[in-house]
Design a protein around this ligand. Sequence first.
Ligand code: ZN
Length: 167
Amino acid sequence: MTTKEVEYLVCKSYRCKVCSTTGQTYGYIKGDDFDMESFDPCEKCGSTNISFLLSVPNIDRFDERFPYFDRGLGMMLHSKKHRRQVCKERNLVPVDGDIDFSDEINKVKQKHKEEDKIVSDLNDRVANHPGYAEYRKKKAQGWKPKFTHRDQGEVPGMKKIDPFNEE
Ligand SMILES: [Zn+2]
């Protein structure tokens, strides 16, 4: 059984991949696919290397220019009143403008501030606290502390592993 594919003539907006010209081109859709060879080449340079642009009008949501296609609602909106109506019908709350995240950001900033304070307090203690006097004195004399792992003891039946020289 063979199905005769239906052809539609369509007009598409395009951008030329060679010279970036944009314009309109006519061609056929066969079945579900564009018949690319049937479309007019770039009107400026004649290249057939073109890509189609989405012909969605004015989706500049926050400029409030009507009508526009609202991607969230999936329909054309004609005015603010229209949008309010649609939202009301669908039990939606329209959000105007950018969502304000400054609360969250301030919380994170505050946390960073607190952590910085802990580090600077610690540094301050090492530099000034009497408990670190010996440490400071040794450091001043050129002492470079060597940090080693505490001996974890031996586990019977297990080979002792040097954590710095694992085999
Ligand atoms: Zn071109």
